[in-house]
Design a protein. Sequence first.
Length: 262
Amino acid sequence: MMSTNLPVIHALWIGNKLGAISSSCLRSFVMRGHKVQLHTYADVEDIPEGVTKVDANKIISEDKIIKHNETGSYALFSDIFRYELMRKVDGIYVDCDVYCLKPLTIPEHGYLLGFEDDNWINGAVLRIPSDSKLLKSLLKAAYDPQFIPPWFSHSRKFKLKIKKIFGIGTSIADMPWGVIGPKAITHYVREYQNVRNVQSIDIFYPVHYQCISQLCDPNLTVQDITTSRTLAIHLYNEMLRGIDLLSLDSSSTLARLLKNEI
């Protein structure tokens, strides 16, 4: 049953089909009582019952979609989209590979994000106050076509600045993965001394992306790989691409998540 007291969950999808992982993840938020809005630029054939399709053009127009030049990934645009979403609407942004175990609420301080390991803060679950310095800095980075990451070494920043001055700067579409995503979030959170408002690793990222095989182990239950505080599990869809979902042991955590048995 949907709760009117829980924040709205917002997600982005580019394409015509979600697939098993994303469908089950979105459905999991509906199961916990959240209203879920899927922002998309096209008709999606397998939107789960209870999920509302909304026009993503209301956040960013389709002609502004960009890909990473080397990989063709939409992750770069996804980072920009979630920051713009934070500016325009209330609620929580989630990636479509985040599985909800318990209802999410927004803390009084207004921030909802978590560490994925001891060093990096991920934005797969994200809520940032629209008037915060953090969001302003992330938006500034996202809309700078030749953003120079302040955490780069002095020599690297100098080279990028010289190239930018002469009009041959490096595009963010050619930058390393996560440069306006987790790396930027982590840098600015620390710069503004906001670490105290970041959730611990086990809240959203109990399974590290290098240990994703734990989800497929039939001898491990969901209780084995989470803690009593865990609210959601980031499934790291990119790390699961090589796994045959149809061949999973039915008792594995991932198989059970895909069937929304948990």
